[in-house]
Design a protein around this ligand. Sequence first.
Ligand SMILES: Cc1ncc(COP(=O)(O)O)c(C=O)c1O
Length: 288
Amino acid sequence: MFDMNAYDQINPPARLLMGPGPINADPRVLRAMSAQLIGQYDPAMTGYMNETMALYREVFQTSNEQTFLVDGTSRAGIEALLVSSIRPKDKVLVTVAGRFGLLLCEIARRCGAELYTVERPWGEIFSPDEVEDAIRRVRPRILLTVHGDTSTCMAQPLEEIGEICRRYDVLFYTDATATLGGNTLKTDEWGLDAVSAGLQKCLAGSSGTSPVTMSPRFVEVCRRRRLVEEGVRTSSHQCGGEVPIQSNYFDVCMLMDYWGEERLNHHTEATTALYGARECARISARKA
Ligand SMILES: Cc1ncc(COP(=O)(O)O)c(C=O)c1O
């Protein structure tokens, strides 16, 4: 017979988490995450959404309008940015010096990319010259990098890469899951077009939603692939002859319409995750 008493309330043992993440959440984040739920179109909630966007612009050090949360763990943010920008047969260059460079390769491959890598032994970093040589050789449409590769704990210097990407007209993405809120990351100053992150590391939160930011030129590339047919968003038609984005959940065009003034319905907001993410940014924005 089912014995209810066999299942106690959740009461995890006290643990000091000393790895790169997940880490012990800041008590302020836990407090925010215990707040009551409200509807996603409640003016209070849309207000929190707007505030979350503004706070993450500070954390990412960007003026990008398109700065919001993709619900899911950090790889949700990665997948949303890659699946929305990479078309089948696009040339994609990935810097690989650890496990998470390999993850970017795998996701880019799933997007149908013609994949190229520039590799170094795990734990080493790339010089800007090496990256430029590879870009000159491959002429990719997008460069994918990992800012801090958790498998090696090395941070890749990115300051000079953005200027190189601009010169060769290459989009510049980095995975800042392990670094945002801890290491310096200057999205606009460093010429980054797209960045994704997670909460469970330097941002002192719980995984479950992924902050992302996109430059206007990155947004433009994605918007060309947006689905449109007389305003019917679920059609299989495509715009401008481009291959439509192959995911609904991770379609950043739909996410932009959901987070933007239009407030077009997409997914049901992960309200508790958003409360936590907002508090993480309140804690980190001042440090950025
Ligand atoms: C650098 C980096 N990228 C991506 C991920 C994937 O994150 P998640 O497990 O939150 O999906 C991790 C996870 O540890 C990571 O450290």
